[in-house]
Design a protein around this ligand. Sequence first.
Ligand code: HEM
Length: 517
Amino acid sequence: MTISIIIVAAPVILYFAYKLLYGTDTPHIKNLPEIPGLPLFGSLLEFGTNHAKVAQNLAKKYGPVFQVRLGNRRIVFANSFDSVKHLWITNQSALISRPKLHTFHTVVSSSQGFTIGTSPWDESCKNRRKAAATALNRPAVQSYMPLIDLESNVSIKELLRDSKGGQIDLDPRAYWQRYALNTSLTLNYGYRIDGDKDDKLLKEITDVERGVSNFRSTSNNWQDYIPLMRLWSGQSKEAITFRERRDVYMDRLLKTLKEKIDAGTDKPCITGNILRDPEAKLNEAEIKSIGLTMVSAGLDTVPGNLIMGIAYLSTPHGQTIQKRAYAAIQEAYPNNDAWHACIHEEKIPYITALYKEILRYWTVIPICLPRVSIKPIVWENATIPAGTTFYMNAYAADYDVSHFKDPHLFDPERYLNIPDGAGTPHYGYGAGSRMCVGSHLANRELFTAFVRLISAFEFTPPVDKRDEPVMDCLKANAIPTSLTLEPKYFKVGFKPRDKTVLEKWIRESEEKTRSLM
Ligand code: HEM
């Protein structure tokens, strides 16, 4: 009797043990190189906290596209410029969905819903993406430029004040976090934080969004890959705390806007337009999702690029680039009116090239937001089935030697004299059907900030060597497991080029934007 039970039970136990140790959400893909992994963990230990670097190195042995088992999830990694182009752009109608991940989708997002960037593709996602894309298209962004005038002016005024006219080195991070956050808050809720860079709400939102970003990363949440770990994971408790803190300000922003609409005192804004529009097909949950997207999407990314761009310009090599950039501004605007002109137009090719190079060199989302395919995709001899999860190693693609000459060199010149229609300049904004919707807005935020900063100041290396910035895209990240680059502490000198002229520009911008305060 006992022997017969064992004979029957053994294969079942072996089957479940095998499933537990080696099973994956999608089956092995034929004819696609696979990274060998351990039972249960797959390659999680090998990938560690630095997925971008490890995958970049593995691609040298296994080729630009490989499959890897992370816990029980099978992932297809793309690591070169051309492979990303093939999978994300040529096959964009197939690579249009996003995966659901345990920590982010079940724990963090149960109250405010998913952002657009974390939503699987369905009718609701399509409607939200369309609403955001309309609110962020070129003509719409041009109409928001007075806000960018206001916010860049406020930050530069404070840099001038706090550096005591260039005598004290400053940590630039909070000034530019507020720049990005206030732009998003005003656009979406008609509300801005009018405190300085130490404002409590600014600190709360940046702290919480930084924490949440960690729960979205590919390397921080092992319980997303190993379901067993969900039984005792302390991560879930931490995620709940962040969710509760996030609910407080997100609910407050929406409630305040609704009260102002009822009282007739609201300022024009995206959520206000949707709430007032009887034709709008978006429900309360979808409106919340758009709000969350607006608050979080620009907060991690715009400042990361701006801050690390300033850091680079302060280095010895950056001094040469600053001189070239300043000369380009003077050449385009010999009457010294770039400060105001940059609000109306983007006509300084070197500054456009500078921010493109910043977006490439400081690829702030090194492993781009994950995708799921909805149709089969062919890569060389492999047919990758629908339902497969894809990770774009945007860092490796942006540093691909077969596409970029000297990718480790910071060189804006690479983006000068590029013919129209030359294709994607970099993967800082991702690519294809779910590419960043906010790229026009972000480009204008970066262009304006750099024209004004470079017109206003010379950036100098910090006096104390311990305050020097780290100049490597991955090593500069204070939280390596975060989804986005979180710049490490550093300081820079902000020496006004001409204090009298700068103060005049600041006064003029204050005058123009007074009604927005
Ligand atoms: C320099 C600043 C920014 C960078 C580097 C950036 C980068 C990215 C990246 C890499 C993606 C994923 C794209 C993909 O899967 O291919 C993304 C998605 C997205 N971004 Fe941005 N972003 C920036 C600013 C913004 C801003 C300011 C907004 C809006 C206010 C925004 C809104 C979005 C949205 C809505 C998505 C999701 C698109 C979708 O899933 O369909 N982004 N962004």
